[in-house]
Design a protein around this ligand. Sequence first.
Ligand code: NAD
Length: 430
Amino acid sequence: MNISIIGTGYVGLVTGACFAELGNKVHCVDNDKAKINALKKGSIPIYEPGLEELVDKNIKRRRLSFTSSISNGIEKSVVIFIAVGTPSRENGEADLGGIENVARSIAMNMKEYKLIVEKSTVPVETGLWVQRTIQANIKRKIRFDVASNPEFLREGSAISDFMHPDRIVIGVESTKARDILLDLYRPLNASIVVTGIKSAELIKHASNSFLATKISFINAVSQVCERTGADVVKVAEGMGLDKRIGGQFLNAGVGYGGSCFPKDVDAFITISDKLGYNFELLKSVKRINEQQKKFMVKKIKEALWILKNKTIGILGLSFKPNTDDMRCAPSLDIIKELQAEEAKIKAYDPFATKKASLYLTNVQFTNDAYSLARGCDCLVVITEWDEFKELDFLRIKKLLKRPLIIDGRNIYDPNKLKKLGFEYISVGRP
Ligand code: NAD
C-alpha cells in the first residue's frame, strides 16, 4: 500500500519505518525542513533502539522516503496518517492546531478518495472536527473517510511494540475505511478492536489515564508505607501477582513524566470538564504526581539540610530509560527546585544529555557515573537506566564527598548498599 505519514516525530518515524518494513511504500512528511534534510542524509533525530537500522534498510529498499512537501505526500497515497504533536495548552487542553492545519492541507490537495487516519492522541470528537474541516476546505466533491487508529507504542521499545502490539484499535464509520485498515495491519497478526471513531479516541485517553492512575496509586501507597515502615516494593509485588491487578506500572518513584501521560491526563480532564463531567479521580492522579516530585526534593533536603553550595549528582535525566526524550521529565522539575535552593547540579545520562541541555542551565554534564560521583554530596537516581544497576559501588563511594544515595526509583537493594557503607534512602521502603 502507498501510505503517507504527516509528522515525522517519535510516532511518525517509527510507524513509517515499521509500515515500510511490512512491505508498504511509505512517504514521511514533516514541515520541519531541517529534520527532513537530516533524515534524507540518514541522520535520525531521536534515540530509539533499532530505529536507525530499520530506517536505513527501508530507504535502501526504496520503501521509505522523506519530504517536507505535504502536497507531494498527499498526492502519492490513499491512506494518510496524521501523527503531528498534540501538546498541552496552558489551560491543560490539547492543542489541536497542528491537526487542523494538516486536515486543511489534505482537503486543499485532495484529488481522489483518501482515508485520513488520526494516529496522534486526540480528545474525543476530534474526528468529527477533522471531518468538518476537510469538508469545509475541499475544492471538489471527492469522497473521503476519517478514521482513528491511536498508537500505543512506548519510547524505548517502540519498534517491538509496533510489530507485536497487545492490540490494535481501529475507529471507523465506513466499511471501506475498516477494510483498508484491516488489510494494512493484517501482517501483524494481532488482536484488533474495531469500533466507532469516538470510542477509539476515548480508548487512548482512558488507557493512558488508567496507567497514570496506577502510578499515582502506588505512589500514594508508598506514602503510607513511609509512615509505617512497610515496604512498597513488597506491597506492589503482592498486589501485582493478582491477575486482576497486574504488576506493571506499580513501581513507586519520582512520579510519571514524558510526552504522553501528563498531557493526556490533562487533556482528558479538560475534555471531560467541557463535556460537563468533573473527572475528580484524574485531578487527584495529577495532584499526587506533582506532590511526588516535590517529595523527592524534600527527601534530599532532609538528608543534606542546607542545599546552598552542596553538589548533587543526578543519575538519569530522560523521563524513562532507553530514550533521550526529555519532555516533561521529572528530572527537570526536581533539578529546577534544587537550583532554586542554590544547590550545584552535576548530571549524567547515557543518551539524553544533549536534549537535556536545551532545557537546563548551570548543570555540569558528565560522561559517566564515576565522573558524576566525584566530589558530590549525594547521588540521586531519577531514571532507572540498566547501567546504573551495575555500578562499582566501592569506586563510587571513594569518589563521593559523602556516601549518600537517594534512590528515586528503588533500583538498589537497601541491605547491600548499607553493608557497603552507604546512607541509602529510597521511596516507600524502610
Ligand atoms: P513529536 O513532537 O516527536 O513529532 C511530531 C512531528 O510533527 C514533529 O516532527 C513536527 O515537526 C511535525 N509537525 C507538526 N506540525 C506539522 C504540520 N502541520 N505538518 C507536518 N508536520 C508537522 O511527537 P510524537 O511524540 O511523535 O507524538 C505525536 C503524537 O502521537 C502525539 O499526539 C502523541 O501524543 C502521540 N503519541 C506519542 C507517543 C510517544 O511515545 N511519543 C506514543 C503514542 C502516541
